[in-house]
Design a protein around this ligand. Sequence first.
Ligand code: NAD
Length: 307
Amino acid sequence: MNILITGGAGFIGSNIADAMIEKGHRVIIVDNLITGKKENIHPKAVFHEMDVRDVKIENIFFKEKIDVICHHAAQMDVRKSVVDPIFDANVNVLGMLNLLQMAVKHQVKKFIFASTGGAIYGEQDYFPADENHPMRPCSPYGITKLTGEKYLFFYQQTYGLKYVVLRYANVYGPRQNPHGEAGVVAIFCSKMLHGEQPIINGDGTQTRDYVYIDDVVAANLLALKHPQSDFFNIGTGIETDVNKLFRVLRDELKSTAEERHGETKPGEQQRSVLNYDKATSILGWKPGVDVETGLQRTAAFFRDKHK
Ligand code: NAD
């Protein structure tokens, strides 16, 4: 199949691209390299440096005969979305609409969308949240991801475009960008290796559901084969707090960093964890990498990169 991966130079998109190429698919990547890196791009992928909002993207659809769009390009920084909600909506809503219009016009067979289980449900009423949990996003980022899902429903109803929504928990692993605000595992690894002091926001008891990149890649491969339109949580059902992350990484990297706490970030969720039963029963997906193993592998990646 000819698969267009937007954001394919980024952390998650590039790992998916590698796996899809490995499976024999032809992968076309569109990325404007705002956070992505050329070095992440598989040599066998066809790369177009372009913004997903660019109308010239149509040339790629004419040329490449795209069967599936796997949409991972996004403004994905929650805090930035609060500071600049217009930019967030511009990329996440208008960029997606540009692709959806192309999908209909060029008879794309399926649209896989990287959504968020962490930001879409907001403060949870119960733990872990399943897909029926009320959706009360507390950030513009969560709102634009939810909007993306609603557009998919519209395009499916109106034009028959098939879609699979994957609501990721907190994804971590090799190639995550350590220089942004998001991605605490990558940030801690990078700071510990550079001898800088990592700061734990607040008391560090806030929890997240950390899902390893290989499991997220596996969910995308299953989504490719799934014949119906549907949406799934992709998480582990297990909460890990930031203090534990810090300690595991410090041991793994043999760091001497002290456990230092900073201010609580305003608006930060205290707990977030996803129920993945639906993905297991319908997609046949379940997480295969526990958080200790995943953190070891991630620490090893950053250690090798640092050498
Ligand atoms: P990332 O920043 O590494 O990847 C995003 C990629 O999109 C980058 O390569 C960037 O250059 C590209 N991009 C951004 N704006 C673009 C634009 N306007 N046009 C073209 N390319 C553009 O982030 P990631 O962690 O790999 O996230 C990938 C997707 O997964 C995003 O949609 C994100 O919202 C979603 N997601 C990530 C997580 C997580 O924990 N990392 C959790 C839930 C959902």
